[in-house]
Design a protein around this ligand. Structure first.
Ligand SMILES: Cc1cc2nc3c(=O)[nH]c(=O)nc-3n(C[C@H](O)[C@H](O)[C@H](O)COP(=O)(O)O)c2cc1C
Length: 536
């Protein structure tokens, strides 16, 4: 899908039933509960008291929204992301864009133009949440963008939450710090779901606009900033240009934040300060906000984390030579629990998959991984629990890896600052390929399909005639009960069972012909064809 404007995007959300419009005027302090009351679509508050912007939230909080943006089925999201993340298309610089309709400099700069509110009761302050921080690597010149939160300080300054060592914006900010320079940054607000997915991906030596174009399948249109040499996507609604004061260091108190974990993180973080030089925006534009926390933290815009990690896991398993079929992070796990379905061939596929799943993503998730066979629908929690109940052996199917990377937000980490590590666990819920296992013992007892339409011309038989034909049928070769039912389908059901009853005293079961043990004429109940009767 090519680059969309926010208006086109919102119209499309409406069309596919993924938008609730709220025409009544709302106050900023009403927004938190409003966002927490809708978990199956986006909300658009069309009028906000004391604010010129409309308010959009939850626009990337459902699998349906992602599937639509990626033009695939909800079950194919991980494979589709893995595919699109490899594509590169160079951007096209345009002269102007709607986000230049209003340009504020000097004393006109005022962040209180945006709706500010206390999202979670223990947050340190209000914050801008759906902000893509654009920066340029000082050595390579490559653009990076990634989402970070900015906690309000005053009309023209915020803090910026950059605490994780695997996040490129922090890596780049540290470079500027080492050079004794502040980091020029452009904070982009407003973007369709595809932009949000693309911004989660970064690869060494690759410009993030080339990745964005790869997701579009077309060049990303970008426009120059007013006060620095950065560029931003031309479909941005609001751009806040300024400097992250890396020369001052990570010295400012920020937070706590209600986190995507549904908890508050571990303490009062140290972060950098951001000073605003210029604000540009589209007149009567849309102020986008990402839902986070609340009582269903897995069903917020932070679901994007899960989607990004699903894509990472899919790619990594494929690269490890494993036959991955799909990857799914159930929403309740808030990106910390992942399921994978694989086709096992090598005796170590499942354990290898677990170690890959626990360590492959630069987002450092998940902490808990499960791997399943191809016959298990990992999108169906009933089947997932079933497979774990009967295929997982705690003694040999638990993989624990100590001291792997996690974000400082994990409450068990008991810290607000890196470095931090923690053990991670994988559960092998696949049928073992190595060892003397009776594989039929693991087969799912699904239900018998109907025998089909009755045959048109069925010869009417008495019970004795039926018993005789049944006997001939079994004498030809040992037969299962399903063979017999199919063969005499059309005869009255009670008659079939009565005729069989006549034969039953003379029949035994071929006990070493797994799994159906067909009936055969014999003078013993258990008939062995092989030498030992050993199960195969
Ligand atoms: C809405 C949203 C807000 C986020 N806020 C933060 C944040 O405040 N601090 C942080 O370290 N990561 C945050 N993240 C995660 C990063 O955006 C994510 O890891 C991203 O891949 C980093 O991009 P980068 O490595 O290219 O800079 C947020 C993610 C989302 C979706």
């Amino acid at each position: 899908m090519p680059q969309q404007t926010m208006l086109e995007f919102i119209e499309e959300l409406d069309k596919i039933g993924q938008l609730r419009r709220i025409p009544e005027e709302k106050r900023a302090d009403e927004l938190p509960t409003l966002m927490d009351s809708v978990h199956d679509k986006a909300i658009l508050v069309e009028k906000l008291k004391d604010c010129d912007f409309q308010f959009l939230a939850g626009a990337y909080s459902t699998r349906e929204q992602y599937a639509h943006a990626l033009n695939c089925d909800v079950r194919e999201i991980s494979a589709r992301i893995a595919e699109l993340a490899t594509k590169r298309v160079k951007p096209e610089v345009v002269d102007s864009a709607p986000c230049k309709e209003v340009i504020l400099n000097g004393d006109d700069i005022d962040l209180t133009r945006f709706p500010l509110f206390l999202y979670h009761p223990h947050d340190g302050h209000a914050y801008l949440q759906d902000v893509n921080v654009v920066s340029r690597h000082p050595d390579s010149g490559l653009i990076n963008w990634g989402m970070y939160r900015l906690m309000y300080r005053s009309r023209n300054e915020t803090n910026v939450d950059m605490r994780n060592d695997s996040h490129n914006s922090r890596v780049i900010a540290r470079k500027y710090q080492a050079l004794g320079q502040d980091m020029p940054a452009a904070m982009v607000i407003g973007g369709p779901t595809l932009d949000k997915i693309a911004c989660m991906f970064s690869f060494p030596g690759v410009d993030d606009w080339d990745i964005l174009g790869g997701f579009y399948g077309k060049p990303a249109k970008i426009v120059k900033c007013e006060t620095n040499d950065l560029t931003v996507p031309a479909n941005a609604e609001i751009v806040i240009e300024g400097r992250i004061k890396t020369t001052e260091g990570w010295v400012y108190d920020e937070g706590p934040y209600g986190e995507f974990t549904g908890t508050y993180g571990g303490g009062l973080p140290h972060n950098c300060r951001f000073v605003v030089d210029c604000i540009t925006y589209r007149k009567s534009g849309v102020y986008q906000y990402a839902t986070i926390g609340g009582l269903k933290p897995g069903l917020t815009d932070m679901m994007i984390f899960s989607l990004a990690v699903e894509g990472d896991i899919f790619t990594a398993l494929k690269n490890a030579g494993l036959q991955v079929l799909d990857v799914y992070m159930p929403s309740g796990g808030c990106t910390n629990i992942a399921y994978t379905r694989i086709r096992t061939r090598g005796g170590g596929d499942a354990k290898q998959a677990l170690s890959v799943m626990l360590s492959c993503s630069r987002q450092w998730f998940p902490k808990i991984a499960y791997v399943f066979d191809e016959d298990v629908d990992i999108f169906d929690d009933e089947r997932v629990k079933w497979a774990m109940a009967w295929r997982y052996d705690p003694r040999k199917d638990t993989v624990i890896i100590p001291e792997l990377n996690v974000l400082p937000l994990d409450p068990l980490g008991q810290t607000d600052h890196p470095p931090v590590n923690m053990s991670k666990v994988g559960f092998d819920c696949t049928i073992p390929l190595v060892g003397d296992y009776d594989h039929f013992a693991f087969a799912a007892a699904t239900v018998t399909d109907p025998l089909g339409e009755l045959p048109q011309h069925v010869e009417k038989l008495t019970e004795d005639e039926l018993a005789k034909r049944m006997a001939d049928f079994i004498r030809e070769t040992p037969r299962t009960w399903l063979d017999i039912l199919k063969r005499f389908h059309g005869q009255p059901n009670p008659l079939i069972y009565r005729a069989f009853g006549q034969l039953r005293p003379k029949l035994g079961r071929v006990a070493d012909r797994r799994p159906n043990y067909p009936y055969t004429f014999a003078d013993t109940w258990f008939v062995y064809e092989g030498d030992s009767g050993k199960r195969k």
